[in-house]
Design a protein around this ligand. Sequence first.
Ligand code: NAP
Length: 538
Amino acid sequence: MVGTAENFDAVVIGAGFSGMYMLKALRDKLGLKVRVYEAGETVGGTWYWNRYPGARCDSDSYIYCFTWDKQLLHDWEWSERYPEQPEILRYLEHVAERHDLKRDIQFNTRVTGAEFDEDKALWKVRTDTAEKATARYLIAAVGSLSDTNMPPFKGIEKFQGKWCHTSRFPHTGIDFTAKRVAVVGTGATAVQAIPEIAQQAKHLTVFQRTANYCVPARNGKVDPDLARARKADYDGVVKRIRESFFGFEYNFIPKSVLEATTEERDREFDRMWDAGGFAFWLANYQDMFFSQEANDLCADYIKRKIRKTVKDRVVAEKLVPKGHPYGTKRQPLDTNYYETFNKDNVLLVDASTDGPIEEITEKGIRAGGKQYEFDIIVFATGFDALTGPLKALNLTGRGGRKLEKAWAAGPRTYLGIAVAGFPNFFTITGPQSPSVLSNMPVSIEQHVEWIADCVDTMRRSGKTTIEATRQAEDQWVAHVNESVNTTLMPRANSWYMSANIAGKPRAFLPYLDPEGVGGYRKRCDEIAAKGYEGFALS
Ligand code: NAP
């Protein structure tokens, strides 16, 4: 309805994994009238936008999916250990069709603002299509990594070639054949894209600001016997990932790496390295994230691997990470990443040794006083993580309070689900929740189910508003920071620490529960069981 506002029980913003399940839960379980707004032209969220070469999931496919549709868990066949972007998008399209979700999703529509009307206890939502809505509940399912970080490089407007950011890659793709290409960035995205682009391009130059610790993905076709065994045990799988530390079937090795003999350590490291995936990162010795001495032993193993793989000594040293402990930045999974730097058509330009990017010119990039010429520049420069997409919603809470002002010094939430002064507003995998430090669908499902239960309780008890108290929020913010300060995470200039973007106030963005996502789930459930302790209900 254009012009006038239609009233809904709930407005959900975003139609990725989280918005789709939120719609399903509120509409089909609780029977509510729900509208989802989605800026893209179809469902998928991150898997709709990120279409760069090599884009694929870093979690194993059998647990990177919805677990609430038991039949689908059994019916759907993933082709690879880590499915490619088009396959995940096909899966989400299938879910949308199977559950008839699209009829309540307004595509090509971006929410441009929302205000809480205190008299009516309703959210008034505005969009860029002039469509307006009111709703009792407003739920942000906007994704943690959806707000593109395009650094304001001097001279970008002068570049005569083609350029794009990986998260806004053209749907038609880019033909790199016979082209001189630059990739800026060496995070998880670039680590996937670089080997693919290097195969096509005439020449590829990689601009690295910080070297990363990459471990092998070891992707491949899914073994049918393994797939069958997992399907037969899906109830067990789901229970284990829900109660686990990171939402995977991984557990730490329950001892200090410093107590292991060299042989034992190398055997364990080799085992994790050979298994591929996040095992080396999330199932290593239990003190890896806490003790620098322990961490150094893990880091040294990867450094040896890099030096062994990369033939040119000088290039290898540029690729060896320096200055941050292993695992304190998001683990990139690699398929021929280090090997790619052995190719004759690939050049690495490292900010510390060759000089940083100074400007974009008509013909390419000037770095360290040297001009590099390109036909195409691909910026794999990441995201304004977690807070970016929420601040962009332009939300006004109680007393005219703006979310971006409330978060001027960093995010402030209660449980990473609610914000004081913003009644009936919930975030799915928002800041200060486990979110990006977990297998996302596990955390998404936990939040959606908790929020749906909360809305159900509110309606059954005749309450109209629920709002985090300032005191509960203060305590949560302190707890999030205390928890992370027991780890090595604050020692890295990572996007977890808000350090990837100049001027973003330094703050740890997700939440690392001392008992992992299983502990966080228990914590949230206990709070609900105590009548939503830390929330004011009216
Ligand atoms: P990212 O990890 O933030 O990496 C961005 C890269 O660009 C970094 O190397 C960064 O350097 C560099 N950079 C940023 N600003 C720069 C500047 N002004 N000048 C020069 N270099 C600059 O972003 P990403 O690789 O897109 O990954 C973001 C997250 O998306 C991942 O961590 C992961 O959670 C998610 N992701 C998931 C998957 C998956 O599951 N399939 C795949 C890809 C990404 P610094 O390191 O120095 O900041």
